[in-house]
Design a protein around this ligand. Structure first.
Ligand code: CA
Length: 236
């Protein structure tokens, strides 16, 4: 029995499938391929892969329905592969239950980072992490202290407001993963928030002024254009 992670690659374009396969196999992952949605569903039920890389544009079933179908019985991480211009698709895929997305064309390091993040979040989930985060989150010079509800940069308290803290804390708990604007707004302001996008943008501008060295080139909270925000990966 192999104890490598098994990655299912769902992709109808042979060149892209073999590109992804080569990268993963070179990095000690086991791979399995599906060229359409029907094959994908069959392999997911029969082989229980550890991560699914899912192209949204498949010849038979659309990616969206595959995500919804898989989510009705499995928490397996799904990383969606999508073209740069299809922001709406990415948002819909994330809201249907995909864990993350990667934009074509992409490189090996980006793909591997997404997979490792997805696997790390599964391990955290399986470790029955307490609902309330405790301890600290750290990336670069940024520290989120969950007990004190404070954020520090280079050891200095940056004095976030309540809502600013909630946003940073939420993103840090999903570090490395993109959260959609909608999911952040619902989490912070509730499901009936009005003009949520604008409030979020204003809050984010203030957060960045406080935590980033350059607001034009943020290092801690990255913008995923048209989709949402992503906190940089945690560092030990
Ligand atoms: Ca395709």
């Amino acid at each position: 029995m192999s104890n490598k992670y098994l990655i299912l690659i769902v992709e109808d374009e042979p060149n892209i499938a073999s590109f992804i396969g080569t990268i993963l196999e070179a990095n000690n992952f086991e791979t399995m391929f599906a060229r359409n949605g029907a094959e994908a569903i069959m392999l997911i039920t029969s082989h229980c892969p550890d991560v699914i890389i899912l192209d949204l544009g498949l010849p038979d079933i659309d990616g969206q329905s595959i995500i919804q179908s898989v989510r009705s019985w499995s928490n397996v991480p799904i990383i969606v592969v999508s073209a740069r211009t299809r922001e709406r698709d990415k948002v819909m895929a994330l809201e249907a239950g995909a864990d993350d997305y990667i934009t074509k064309p992409f490189g090996a390091s980006e793909l591997l980072a997404r997979i490792r993040t997805a696997l790390r979040h599964v391990q955290l989930r399986e470790g029955e992490r307490a609902k309330r985060p405790n301890g600290v989150f750290k990336t670069g010079e940024l520290v989120v202290d969950y007990d004190k509800r404070r954020v520090y940069v280079k050891g200095q308290d940056v004095h976030l407001t309540q809502n600013e803290y909630k946003i940073v804390s939420l993103l840090s708990q999903y570090s490395g993963r993109v959260l959609t604007y909608d999911s952040i707004i619902k989490h912070i302001w509730g499901p009936n928030a009005r003009q949520g996008n604008q409030i979020l943008r204003v809050n984010m501008a203030n957060i960045r002024r406080k935590i980033e060295e350059s607001t034009a080139e943020p290092r801690y909270i990255l913008t995923e254009m048209g989709v949402g925000y992503r906190m940089a990966e945690a560092e030990e």
